[in-house]
Structures are given as structure tokens and as C-alpha cells.
Design a protein around this ligand. Sequence first.
Ligand code: ADP
Ligand code: MG
Length: 151
Amino acid sequence: MTKEQVETVSGDETEDFAAIFAARLRAGDVVLLAGDVGTGKTTFVRGAGRALGIVGRVTSPSFAIGAVYDATGIEVAHLDLYRLDSIGTSDGAVIEDFVSPQRITFIEWPHDELVELDRLRAIVTLRHVGGDSREIEVEWVDERPEAAPEK
Ligand code: ADP
Ligand code: MG
């Protein structure tokens, strides 16, 4: 894992950082977002989504588990698993419905088991550090070795 860390002082700054982050994503990638309520997970996805070409505003999927947006030559899925426990479905089943090779998928409130996802590309962790300041840590998952060629 390669780690980077920044501090932002506003939602706009978090969006701008997310936009730069998003430039490194490719179709099929999954990004997990961890952090307490109000740290800016949805704000981060909004900034990333804008950079990827989503027209319109990314909002918290309040009554659904997730939403899929059209972006530039790609789809972007945004999932919020916060209420999943009460629904009683496993993360895995839900994720399979959303993750696809043509999509970049952002997942708020992932359960621990999701770090095992094949397509996991990065884990973003946001923390309150006083006032409007947030510490944002990005862990890039190392490139997985290609499968050995068939003989
Ligand atoms: P989460 O999805 O983690 O619950 P949201 O993105 O929905 O958080 O909300 C974060 C709130 O905090 C927004 O109202 C945003 O404008 C505000 N905010 C203030 N400072 C920051 C910052 N540095 N980064 C992100 N959001 C911030
Ligand atoms: Mg949110």
C-alpha cells in the first residue's frame, strides 16, 4: 500500500482533492470511504464524481443503498452501507449488484471484509481534526500481479 495524507479546511477543498484523486482511477476500480458521520465522505465522492464527468449533484442515497450515475465514458456507482446491518443483507450480495468492469464504485461505511475485494483500488479515511479541518488519508492498493499466462 502507498499512503498519502492531506489536510483540507473546507468542503470545497476536499472536493478539489478528490478530483485530483479521481484522475488516477480506471473503470472497474472500487474505492472504500471510511470516517465518522460528517467527515466528508459524500463530499469526497461528489468531488471525484464531478471530475469523472457526472452532471448534477451527488447526494447521500438516503433511502436506497446506492445510486449509479452516468459520467464521461463510464458509470459511477455510489453506495452507502450505513443502514445495511438493519436490512440484514450481506455486503457481498449488494456489492455484486453494483460493482462492474465498466464502473468506478465508491462505497461509504464498508464493512471490514470488503478490503478483500478483488477490484479494491484505494481506501480513503477521513477524520475530524477541529472546526472545518479534515485529515484525509489515501491508501492505494498495490497493483495486483497479472494472472499467469495459460500454457
Ligand atoms: P459524510 O458523508 O462523511 O457523513 P458529508 O460529506 O455528507 O459527510 O458532510 C460533510 C459536511 O461537512 C458537509 O456539510 C461539508 O460542507 C462540511 N465540511 C466542512 N469542512 C469540510 C472539509 N474540510 N471536508 C469535507 N467536508 C467539510
Ligand atoms: Mg455520507
